[in-house]
Structures are given as structure tokens and as C-alpha cells.
Design a protein around this ligand. Sequence first.
Ligand code: HEC
Length: 105
Amino acid sequence: MSAMLLLLSGMVTVPQAPRKDLALFYRRACAECHGVDGGARSGSGLRLAGRNLADHRWQARTTDGDMVRAILKGKREMPAFGANLSEEDAKRLVTEILRPMAARK
Ligand code: HEC
């Protein structure tokens, strides 16, 4: 299989990738609890009372810094992702993936 096909199949992670595919990362690491659209309606999301990330009222009173901190360090049932994400990636995850979830509602 060519390197390109391996990449496309998602079986290979690229260690030097300059920018993480954060939409893909969200689907793999977060959607299980928060739902693909952030609504936390999935099985484990409901069980763990995963925060509805798409709730615009909650988003309005939460700073990017609060979200980044929760993502990197975890919060109660929320696992920490500091080992998987740099602080910069966590910030981009907030501004490019989480914030637009509320804007869509
Ligand atoms: C195992 C389930 C689970 C996974 C996986 C998970 N979360 Fe959470 N998350 C939670 C729960 C539960 C809460 C509510 C925490 C609380 O306030 O008690 C939460 C809260 C949050 C919050 C709000 C924190 C705050 O300030 O109130 C953000 C932002 C968040 N998660 C983002 C993410 C992102 C981004 C990912 C993927 C990188 C992710 N979560 C993966 C369960 C999960």
C-alpha cells in the first residue's frame, strides 16, 4: 500500500504533522462523551453527564482559557488530554471546533 493510502486510511499517525486534524481528533477523543455535534446525547455522554458543549448560554459565560484548562487537565469525570494535545492545539480545538458548535444552533 502506498504511503498516501496508509495516510488516507487513518491507520498511520504522522509524528511530525505540523497541524493536528482537530476535527478528526474531536470525533475520536471527545465525541464519545460530548456527541459529534457537542450535544452530549450519546450513551456515555449521558451517563457521565458530559457537558453540552453546544449550549450557547454556557459558552457565553465560559472563557477559552477555562475550556483549554479543562481539556488539558481534565475536570471531575472529564479525562485530561494534556498528553495528547499541546496547549496551542487545545486552544485551536476551542476556537475552531467547540466555539462554532454553539454558533450553529
Ligand atoms: C469520558 C467522557 C469524556 C470525554 C472522552 C471527554 N469529555 Fe469533556 N467532559 C466530560 C464531562 C463528564 C464533563 C463535565 C465535567 C464537570 O463539570 O463535571 C466534561 C466537560 C468538558 C468541558 C467543560 C469544562 C468546564 O469548564 O466546565 C469541555 C470544554 C470539554 N469537556 C471538552 C472536551 C474535549 C475537547 C474532549 C476531547 C478532547 C472531551 N471533552 C472529552 C466528559 C468527557
